[in-house]
Design a protein around this ligand. Structure first.
Ligand code: NOJ
Ligand code: CA
Length: 685
C-alpha cells in the first residue's frame, strides 16, 4: 500500500511517465535559463566539466553561484559527473487556488518551469531530470529519477545538492541532530561559519535580500538539514537524516525527491505569508475538508508542565472525569471551541520517555470516563481533542493506530494531538529519517480516513503537506511555551517569537500554545516563581498578541481556567479569529519586532498583533487596509505604562477607539511587550 501510494504520487509528480524520454526535437543546449514571471529571478542550469550546476540571480545580481547537483549511493558510483544533457524543456503555469483554512484564503501559483534531463556518458549510463520552478517569491527544484535499467533499487548515502551563496550573510539557525530535535533557541551567525542546522534556514544578506532554504512535499525521503562549516566557506550542502545503518534514503525508480526551496524577499516583512512550499505540494486529497475546524482550545496540559498536575496516576492526576468537565464548562462558557486532554490513557506511569512502547491508545485510567467526557463535551458544543504520546514507540503506535482512531471517531472526536518525545526510534533511526517521514505521513493519511485532524508535537518539519492533507492542522517543531514552565533557567528569551516568525513559521502553523496570564507562575503555596527561574519572559499583552503573530488554525488558551477568571483581557481570546483571508506584515525585523495585521476569514474584522524583544518600541500603524468610508472600533490590549516583562508583566491597558481606514494607531510596546488589537465594524458587535 505504502509503495502503491508512493508510485502514484511519483506518477502524478512526473505528469505521466511518457514525458520522460524527450523527443530529439526537444534537445536543447545547456546552459539554459528560466525566469520568474516578473523577470526578476533567473535560474541558469549548465554543465561544467560534466557536472550539472544551477545558478540563481535576482535583479541581475548573483544570489547563488554555480551550485552542484547529484547523489552519493551505497554500492554504486556517485551520480554526479560525466554527464551530458539529453533534453531541456520549458513550461509555464498560472493558477489561483483556495485554501480551506490558512493565513491567506487565495494562493496564486504562478511560475515558469525548466526540466533538464542529463545522462552519464559512460557506464552505467544513468539518467536524472532536474526540475526547476521559478516563482516571483523564489525557486523550487527537485530530482526525478525515471525508471531505467541502469538504476533500479538504490540506497542514497547523501544528496550532493549545494547552495553556494554569492556573499556572506547572517544565518538564523538551530542545530541539527540534537536530542531536543527542533526545540532550541535560535542563534545568528555569519552563514560562512554555521555547522549543521535545520530548515527553514533564514539568511539575511548584506543587500537586505532575505533567502530562506527549506523543502516542500516531503513524503518518502529523509528530512533535510543544511551543512556549512568554515572549510566550505559559503557553500552550504545537504545533509539528510540517517537511518540506523547510516543509509539516508532507500528507493526504487521511478522516484522523485522533495523540492528544495529558496524563498527570496527584499525585506524580512515580505517573507510572510510564505506560500512557495504550498504551491509545490499536490492539491487536496480530501474532497470535503469542512470537518477540519479552526478553533481556540483549552486543555488539561499546563498543570502538568508547571507541576501542579500529573500525566500519571496518583493524587495529582490531571485527566480525571471531574477535572475534564471543569475545563469543558469553562470552554463552553467562554467561546473556546475545543478541549484537549493529556494523560487520559494507560502508559504514563514509570519513565514514559523510555517506555514509549507501553502506551495504550484505547484504555483510559480508571478515574477518567472517556465515553462520559466525550459525550459531555459534545452536549456542551465543545470539540474534544484526543492525545497520543508515542514516546517514539512507533511500532507500538502503528499497531494500535486504526483502533485508536476508530475509537475517537465513535466518540465524535475529530482532532488528536500526537507526541514523539525522544531523538531516535526504538530501532535507532534518526527522528527525522525516512522511516519517520513515512510514519508521519501514514498517521496523516490514516487519520484522514477516520475524519480526524492531526496536531503533531515533536513532528517532522512542515513541508506544506497541509495543502494535500488539510487535516494536518498544526504542529510544534520549535521551542514552544512549555519551555517557560519547566523552572530552572530554560525559558524562552524575549526575542524568541520575533525570530520564530521569520524562520520556523515560514514552514507552516505552529501549536505554540500562547495565552499564559499567570506570568509569574504562582505555586499552590501562593508564592510566585523566582525571577531567575524560567517563566514566560513576556508581558500579558504580548501573550495575547501571540495569538495573531504566531499563526495556527488551532490556538490554545494554555493557562489554567482559574487564571482566566475575572480577567478583562480574556475577552480578546474569546474574540480572536483563528482563520484568515489576508495577512499583512506592517513592520518586522528578525530578532527585534513584528507587527502583523490579519483579516478574519469571511468577516469584516481585522486583528493586529505586535511583539518586541527586550527593547521598548513604538510604531505607527496606518489602517489603510480597512474599507474606506466605513466606521470601525479598535479594541486595544496594550502594555500598561509601567509594564515590564520581568518586574510587572501583567500590567495591561484595555481601551476602545473609533477608527476608519484613514486612522493611524500608535503602538507602544514595553520591554518584552506586545499589543493585541481587534478592529470590528462600529455597528456590529
Ligand atoms: C511534549 C509536548 O510538546 C507537550 O505539549 C506534551 O504535553 C508532552 N510532550 C507530553 O506528550
Ligand atoms: Ca515539545
Amino acid at each position: 500500500m505504502a509503495h502503491l501510494t508512493r508510485t502514484l504520487a511519483v506518477a502524478a509528480a512526473l505528469g505521466g511517465f511518457g514525458l520522460l524520454r524527450p523527443a530529439p526535437s526537444l534537445l536543447a543546449q545547456l546552459p539554459a535559463s528560466v525566469a520568474s514571471p516578473d523577470g526578476r529571478n533567473i535560474v541558469t542550469v549548465a554543465l561544467d566539466s560534466g557536472v550539472l550546476r544551477y545558478t540563481v540571480t535576482r535583479r541581475g545580481a548573483n544570489v547563488l553561484l554555480p551550485s552542484a547537483l547529484g547523489f552519493e549511493f551505497r554500492g554504486a558510483p556517485r551520480l554526479f559527473g560525466g554527464l551530458r544533457a539529453i533534453g531541456a524543456r520549458r513550461a509555464s503555469h498560472d493558477e489561483t487556488w483556495t485554501q480551506p483554512w490558512g493565513e491567506v484564503r487565495r494562493v496564486r501559483d504562478h511560475h515558469n518551469e525548466l526540466r533538464v534531463t542529463v545522462e552519464e556518458t559512460a557506464a552505467p549510463g544513468r539518467r536524472y531530470v532536474a526540475v526547476f520552478r521559478v516563482f516571483n517569491d523564489g525557486v523550487g527544484f527537485r530530482y526525478e529519477l525515471p525508471e531505467q535499467s541502469a538504476l533500479r533499487q538504490f540506497e542514497i548515502m547523501e544528496e550532493l545538492t549545494e547552495f553556494s551563496m554569492a556573499s556572506d550573510g547572517r544565518a538564523w539557525w538551530i542545530p541539527s541532530f540534537q536530542w531536543n530535535r527542533y526545540e532550541y533557541l535560535f542563534r545568528a551567525s555569519p552563514l560562512s561559519t554555521i555547522d549543521t542546522v535545520h530548515t527553514p534556514l533564514t539568511l539575511e544578506m548584506p543587500t537586505g535580500l532575505h533567502v530562506v532554504i527549506h523543502e516542500a512535499d516531503l513524503f518518502d525521503y529523509a528530512g533535510l538539514n543544511i551543512r556549512g562549516g568554515k572549510e566550505q566557506n559559503r557553500t552550504l550542502r545537504v545533509m539528510l537524516a540517517p537511518m540506523r545503518d547510516s543509509v539516508k534514503v532507500r528507493g526504487a525508480t521511478p522516484f522523485v525527491t522533495p523540492w528544495r526551496t529558496i524563498q527570496l524577499a527584499d525585506r524580512a516583512a515580505d517573507l510572510v505569508p510564505s506560500v512557495i512550499g504550498l504551491n509545490l505540494n499536490p492539491p487536496s486529497k480530501i474532497a470535503d475538508p469542512s470537518w477540519v475546524t479552526p478553533m481556540t482550545y483549552n486543555g488539561i496540559w499546563w498543570g502538568m508542565h508547571i507541576n501542579t498536575m500529573t500525566w500519571q496516576s496518583g493524587p495529582l492526576h490531571g485527566a480525571t472525569t471531574a477535572n475534564a468537565k471543569r475545563y469543558i464548562d469553562f470552554a463552553a462558557a467562554n467561546k473556546v471551541g475545543g478541549f484537549l486532554v493529556e494523560g487520559w490513557n494507560l502508559g504514563w506511569d514509570g519513565n514514559w520517555i523510555e517506555n514509549g512502547d507501553k502506551f495504550s491508545f484505547t484504555q483510559p485510567y480508571p478515574d477518567f470516563d472517556l465515553q462520559d467526557v466525550a459525550a459531555y463535551a459534545k452536549s456542551k458544543g465543545v470539540r474534544m481533542i484526543g492525545h497520543h504520546e508515542t514516546g517514539m514507540g512507533i511500532a507500538n503506535y502503528e499497531r494500535q493506530m486504526d483502533s485508536a482512531f476508530a475509537l475517537y471517531r465513535r466518540l465524535g472526536i475529530t482532532a488528536v494531538k500526537t507526541g514523539y518525545v525522544g531523538d531516535k526510534t526504538k530501532e535507532g533511526d534518526a527522528h527525522h529519517s525516512q522511516p519517520m517521514v513515512r510514519h508521519f505521513r501514514k498517521v496523516i493519511e490514516t487519520a484522514a480516513k477516520y475524519g480526524i485532524a492531526i496536531n503533531a508535537h515533536e513532528p517532522i518539519h512542515d513541508t506544506g503537506e497541509r495543502r494535500t492533507w488539510p487535516n494536518m492542522i498544526s504542529r510544534e517543531g520549535a521551542r514552544g511555551q512549555e519551555y517557560n514552565a519547566w523552572g530552572g533557567d530554560g525559558g524562552n528569551a524575549p526575542e524568541h517569537e520575533t525570530i520564530l516568525f521569520f524562520t520556523r513559521m515560514l514552514a507552516g502553523p505552529m501549536d505554540f500554545t500562547p495565552g499564559i496570564f499567570d506570568i509569574n507562575i504562582t505555586r499552590p503555596t501562593g508564592k510566585p516563581r523566582p525571577l531567575e527561574a524560567s517563566r514566560p519572559r513576556t508581558t500579558l499583552a504580548k501573550q495575547l498578541a501571540l495569538f495573531v503573530v504566531l499563526y495556527s488554525p488551532i490556538q490554545m488558551a494554555a493557562d489554567l481556567p482559574e487564571n482566566y477568571e475575572g480577567q478583562p483581557a480574556f475577552q480578546f481570546i474569546r474574540d480572536v479569529a483563528v482563520d484568515w483571508d489576508t495577512t499583512r506584515v506592517l513592520e518586522g525585523r528578525i530578532g527585534d519586532y513584528v507587527v502583523v495585521a490579519r483579516k478574519a476569514a469571511a468577516k469584516d474584522e481585522w486583528f493586529i498583533g505586535a511583539i518586541t524583544d527586550e527593547e521598548v518600541r513604538t510604531f505607527t500603524a496606518p489602517l489603510s487596509f480597512l474599507t474606506p468610508g466605513k466606521r470601525y472600533v479598535a479594541e486595544i490590549y496594550a502594555d500598561g505604562k509601567d509594564a515590564h516583562f520581568l518586574t510587572n508583566p501583567t500590567s495591561v491597558a484595555i481601551s476602545k477607539v473609533d477608527v476608519t481606514s484613514a486612522s493611524r494607531l500608535t503602538i507602544r510596546l514595553a520591554k518584552g511587550g506586545g499589543q493585541a488589537i481587534r478592529i470590528r465594524p462600529a455597528a456590529g458587535r
